[in-house]
Design a protein around this ligand. Structure first.
Ligand code: URA
Ligand code: CA
Length: 433
């Protein structure tokens, strides 16, 4: 087989065979096919697309390019969740304990944040003492006992995806639905999930800005899941504003705790209940969605959800005292309020920009090597639909440096106002299965 023939075939709009896809992924992983040929192929895919069958073959070839996590020692249907990069997206911290409390096993590998999006592993590190790595046996034992463990990615998972993603990033080929879908799904499959719930963000803070593109991405991922024997459900959720009020690591831990106690922000709570109910159904721990939803909702008020969170924190070496004493989480030296200068209804809050502001305060990384400040971030005081008058606090910046006037100004400008009351967009826009 010759790579040049494969490139020409795709360039001319033909389908590649499974053998051809395996050849190019294996060859690239082993450095036998050079970047320039894979770049040409990726650009051909960008323009010509891939069939559902090719996309599934690419997913499996990438999942098999490195190790696969073996979760067979865990009883039950292991269900994983993936979000396509939101801002202030605290869902995993809430969902893990919530779904585990309902009996669905969650053996999760999470990542760190980069750019304007945060990462679950950084948030967990904001819990004093928390270990984000466990030995393999401990990891499996925790999931069997508690139904929950969350660790950082380790081992050599999907090396082909890592190389290809970096190459796509510098060759203008990120924005291809079959390549995004196979990239995400290959990682979920390699990390051992039996069933997958996807939260595909749409709108300002999201990868996919239009509902149409988000739908296409969601459909492609669900189809991959079905073809490779992993039950998959995708929700499309709105990101025309950050999720919840908190953006920043320790701030989001606090928000997650409040949500697990049934007093969290309405949007974060709703999204967690919806994603969680689908996870519980896929794990076959409830008959149907409505039953699962109600059960989870009850757990937020009975204390079962927050108790599972405490046990999870203890099981990974952290201080469960943060639940009753949130001041044990890292605090900042300064807090600055950003105030409204006009009156009106909040129409949108540029999520991506708020994510960048949190990053500039120190909550996120501009490059993979940057150190971050776990305490800092942004707390919104107003959300889309709220009415404000001049002098009302829109957001508070939690900082460890003296006030940065430019950042305060940018925060103000991230809010868009309307003179008329505005219809709050539906958080969950669609469910695809
Ligand atoms: N996230 C991924 O993991 N892969 C992509 O290709 C895009 C977003
Ligand atoms: Ca949040």
């Amino acid at each position: 087989m010759r790579m040049v023939d494969i490139i020409e075939k795709k360039r001319d709009g033909q389908q590649l065979s499974q053998a051809e896809i395996e050849f190019l992924i294996k060859g690239y992983t082993e450095d036998k096919i050079p970047d320039y040929q894979i770049s040409a192929w990726a650009m051909a895919v960008y323009f010509q697309g891939m069939s559902a069958r090719e996309t599934a073959d690419l997913t499996i070839a990438m999942a098999d390019s490195g190790e696969r996590v073996d979760l067979s020692a865990i009883k039950g249907i292991k269900v994983d969740k993936h979000s396509t990069g939101g801002v202030g997206d605290t869902t995993t911290l809430v969902l893990g304990p919530l779904v585990a409390a309902a009996g669905a096993p969650v053996a999760k590998m999470s990542g760190r944040g980069l750019g304007h999006t945060g990462g679950t592993i950084d948030k967990l590190e904001a819990i004093p003492g928390f270990h984000i790595s466990l030995g393999n046996d401990q990891f499996l034992e925790n999931v069997n006992k508690l139904k929950l463990a969350v660790v950082g990615q380790s081992g050599n998972l999907t090396p082909a995806d890592k190389k290809l993603y970096e190459l796509r990033d510098v060759t203008g080929t990120i924005n291809s639905i079959p390549m995004i879908a196979s990239s995400i799904m290959s990682k979920k499959i390699a990390s051992g999930a039996d069933a997958i719930v996807l939260d595909v963000k749409t709108g300002n803070g999201a990868f996919m800005k239009s509902l149409q593109d988000s739908e296409a991405l969601a459909q492609t991922m669900v189809e991959i899941g079905n073809r490779v024997g992993r039950k998959t459900v995708a929700l499309i959720s709105n990101m025309d504003q950050p999720l919840g009020f908190a953006i920043g690591n320790a701030l989001e831990v606090r928000e997650a705790i409040e949500t697990l106690q049934g007093r969290g922000p309405a949007d974060l709570t709703e999204l967690c209940l919806a994603l969680g109910a689908h996870m519980v159904v896929l794990a076959e721990k409830a008959e149907n969605y409505d039953q699962a939803y109600e059960r989870l909702q009850t757990m937020l008020t009975t204390g079962e959800a927050i108790d599972t969170f405490k046990k999870f924190v203890v099981a990974q070496g952290g201080d469960p005292g943060i639940v009753d004493h949130p001041q044990r989480l890292a605090q900042t030296a300064y807090q600055f309020d950003v105030k409204a200068t006009e009156s009106g209804y909040v129409e949108a809050i540029a999520a991506e920009e708020i994510g960048r502001i949190a990053m500039m305060l120190g909550a996120g990384r501009q490059t993979k090597e940057d150190a971050i400040d776990l305490a800092v971030g942004v707390m919104l005081a107003k959300k889309v639909g709220d009415h404000v008058t001049p002098g009302d606090t829109l957001a508070t910046l939690y900082a460890n440096q003296q006030q940065d006037q430019a950042l305060a100004q940018r925060t103000l400008q991230a809010f868009r106002f309307s003179p008329q009351p505005i219809q709050v967009p539906k958080l969950i826009q669609q469910v695809i299965r």
